[in-house]
Design a protein around this ligand. Structure first.
Ligand code: ADP
Length: 449
């Protein structure tokens, strides 16, 4: 096992990785920007190194600064968390060159999954169901039109290097295609420095369902079941649950089996998430793979009792799957996660500043992943996620009532948060009936609830 690792992240996920290190007896080294000097990930790490000013490009995204910190602290490995450098194949490569283990897949596999039209082709080749769409990158507007005619409107034009819902346009008819194609192209170039586009059939009001996998470095891949992430705002997840009410044990086993074979064939290693959309026909279609730990990983941990971050560390240190899992994966109960963002609950504008009161709930079946605390400050430079409230119940109904009371007892003052919005979602009859899809929040807000 590693003796010392560097956590190349901040906020709740840095703290989450530090928890796993402490339980495995690994020393954890934190890095921080000037804005994070008083953060809990700095306080609870065994060592901490300041890597620069608040701006991301000068600190957490500054590869030479991160690598220098790792070399000064003389670590064996780097855990990238999510976001930031976690899916940066060049960073993984630099780690490798410097003799530091990157906790994640190999640079080649990160690169393959990062080019989404290539990932689609790889999945299709091994029998994973994908949506009808273009093959490879679309070369021109004329080619886009040909594909759209073949696939049938509506279609969605997407950025090959995409992420965070950017460079994506829904096209409902031939005449709007050229304009929307150009818009997607310039948005993708600006956001990712790569304007490559591909196209898929657009699924009306789909469910977003994703599968968590773990793969060791000896060719063994297991699926830990699914998460339903259909409660989204502007293509960003707000609330997740596991299991999905739409996934039967047969479908779970079938998709799990296909994914194990596919990911073993592409040489996948460590934790990963395979995202699917489910249309009205109840069938799952691959959209993309994320080659890192996800924000919503705790819902899977709550229903399987598998610590995914400890598993990542053990796998990266060379452990075999049977040692990591110590028995078959059993799913018990139902878990829900609410993302508590420092945002205005209706306008969704960021709300940085000083937290005056912070009273997180507790009690049976409640888990909080956060780096926030009373009198602490939320800096304006970073992601707005400040806490994740996760509950587990013996079934979905118990999880919903537990989440309802936990939200009521979660008091944050001094900044705006999404807690009031979550309370209203939890009280909604359609949500409670499990009638959810990616259009839920828009309809919900339009109802004026
Ligand atoms: P990103 O990497 O930018 O997050 P994804 O491919 O994961 O992009 O898609 C994000 C979200 O966009 C999905 O969860 C879904 O809500 C919507 N979406 C993506 N592809 C389609 C599609 N073919 N049909 C309908 N909605 C889609």
């Amino acid at each position: 096992m590693f003796k010392k690792i560097l956590v190349a992240n901040r906020g709740e996920i840095a703290l989450r990785v530090i928890c796993a290190c402490k339980e495995l007896g690994i020393r954890a080294v934190a890095i921080y920007s000037d804005a994070d000097r008083n953060s809990l990930h700095v306080r609870f790490a065994d060592e901490a190194i300041c890597i620069g000013p608040p701006q991301l490009a000068l600190s957490y995204l500054n590869i030479p600064a991160v690598i220098s910190a790792a070399e000064i602290a003389n670590v064996d490995a780097i855990h990238p968390g999510y976001g930031l450098l976690s899916e940066n194949a060049n960073f993984a490569e630099v780690c490798e060159t410097c003799g530091i283990k990157f906790i994640g897949p190999t640079p080649d596999v990160i690169r393959l999954m990062g080019e989404k039209e290539k990932a689609r082709a790889a999945m299709k080749k091994h029998g994973v169901p994908i949506l009808p769409g273009s093959e490879g990158v679309i070369g021109s507007e004329g080619e886009a039109l040909e594909w759209a005619r073949e696939v049938g409107f509506p279609v969605i034009v997407k950025a090959s290097a995409g992420g965070g819902g950017r460079g994506m346009r829904i096209v409902r008819s031939e005449d709007e295609l050229p304009k929307l194609f150009r818009q997607a192209q310039s948005e993708a170039s600006a956001a990712f420095g790569n304007g490559d586009l591909y196209m898929e059939k657009y699924v009306e009001n789909p469910r977003h369902i994703e599968f968590q996998v773990l793969a060791d470095e000896h060719g063994n891949v297991v699926s830990l079941g699914e998460r339903e992430c259909s409660i989204q705002r502007r293509h960003q997840k707000l609330l997740e649950e596991s299991p999905s009410v739409m996934v039967t044990p047969e479908l779970r086993a079938q998709i799990g089996g296909i994914l194990s074979k596919t990911l073993s064939a592409v040489g996948y290693q460590n934790a990963g998430t395979v995202e699917f959309l489910m249309g009205a026909d109840g069938k799952l279609h691959f959209i993309e793979m994320n080659t890192r730990i996800q924000v919503e990983h705790p819902v899977t941990e709550m229903v399987t009792d598998v610590d995914l971050v400890k598993s990542q560390l053990m796998i990266a240190a060379g452990a075999k799957m049977e040692e990591v899992l110590q028995g078959p994966v059993v799913h018990r109960g139902h878990a829900i996660e609410c993302r508590i963002n420092a945002e205005h609950p209706e306008k969704f504008t960021p709300s940085a500043g000083k937290i005056t009161t912070f009273n997180p709930p507790g009690g049976t079946g409640v888990r909080i992943d956060t780096a926030a605390y009373a009198e602490g400050t939320i800096p304006p430079y970073y992601d707005s996620l400040i806490a994740k409230l996760i509950v587990r119940g013996k079934d979905r109904n118990e999880a919903i009532s537990r989440m309802g009371r936990a939200l009521e007892m979660f008091i944050v003052e001094g900044i705006y948060t999404t807690i009031p919005l979550h309370r209203r979602i939890l009280a909604d009859a359609e949500f409670r009936a499990g009638k959810i899809d990616t259009g839920f929040i828009e309809r919900f807000l339009a109802k004026g609830k």
